[in-house]
Design a protein around this ligand. Structure first.
Ligand SMILES: Nc1ncnc2c1ncn2[C@@H]1O[C@H](COP(=O)(O)OP(=O)(O)O)[C@@H](O)[C@H]1O
Ligand SMILES: [Mg+2]
Length: 238
């Protein structure tokens, strides 16, 4: 089923400007928010996934987490709508995803810029972890670099530490615990740090021996990711 067209209302006062991204359960829209008089990003269930109770619960949980966890390096949420078509409305980030910068012809980051990005990510993760939340899907597509500031987006896989459902996250960036469906312990909430600091996992099956050095050669031969369908990439809003 097609995404909502331009001019359709996603949530009260939030109108579609353009469709940006589609995943297994969700559509992400560039939208106009009438009450605030500004552009926003709206995440909602795909029209053909409205009956998926798990996806609905995850979306609403993501919105509530973002409303609660305000931080300069986490995307800011404005609204959560737990209604027939659930939706979350967040601020529009105007930068580029790190994925776009690194792989899709954007300007790769170096030196001080890269060090700042690392510091911002660490700061956001520390805040999440201090509130008992693991991100569980840290990857270049879920970090936006905006005027030298990094912002983490997409808390759709976030959860407290504990037993992980196997495959919670994006395969090629997953830490070992969620690959195994195993326990992730606090502290030090190892999984998120591992996603940050390790090269992407490669190989079509969850082989624990399949890590390889992250070079352009290995990237080009990296098979499609089980979860995201890309070789560790996806790229809508740049
Ligand atoms: N706040 C935002 N500002 C700008 N672009 C965004 C924002 N949130 C999401 N996007 C774009 O939409 C894509 C998908 O959003 P994301 O929240 O990661 O959804 P999913 O859970 O489907 O992965 C992101 O990779 C990014 O390109
Ligand atoms: Mg994402």
């Amino acid at each position: 089923m097609r995404p909502l067209g331009r001019g359709r209302e996603i949530a009260p006062g939030t109108i579609v400007a353009a469709h940006l991204h589609r995943s297994n359960a969700l559509d992400v829209y560039d939208a106009w928010n009438e009450p605030r008089g500004c552009r926003v990003i709206a995440k909602t269930l795909r029209p053909d996934r409205l009956h998926k109770r798990g996806a609905r619960a995850r979306l609403v949980r993501e919105g509530r987490l973002l409303l609660r966890l305000t931080h300069p390096h986490l995307v800011r949420a404005y609204e959560v709508h737990d209604v027939e078509r659930p939706a979350i409305v967040v601020e529009t980030l105007t930068g580029a995803t790190v994925e776009h910068l690194a792989f899709d012809g954007g300007q790769p980051m170096r030196g001080v810029e890269l060090a700042n990005l690392g510091a911002h990510l660490a700061s956001a993760l520390r805040h999440l972890h201090a509130h008992g939340v693991l991100h569980c899907d840290l990857k270049p597509a879920n970090v936006v670099a905006e005027h030298g500031r990094a912002k983490v987006i997409d808390l759709s896989h976030a959860r407290p530490p504990g037993r992980m459902p196997p495959g919670n996250g994006t395969w090629c960036y997953m830490a070992l615990e969620p690959v195994r469906g195993a326990w992730s312990t606090p502290p030090p909430m190892r999984g998120d740090w591992e996603s940050c600091s390790s090269p992407p996992r490669s190989g079509p099956t969850p082989s624990l021996r399949s890590r390889r050095t992250w070079t352009s050669t290995t990237r080009s031969s990296t098979p499609a990711c089980r979860s995201c369908g890309h070789a560790g990439r996806s790229s809508p809003a740049r």
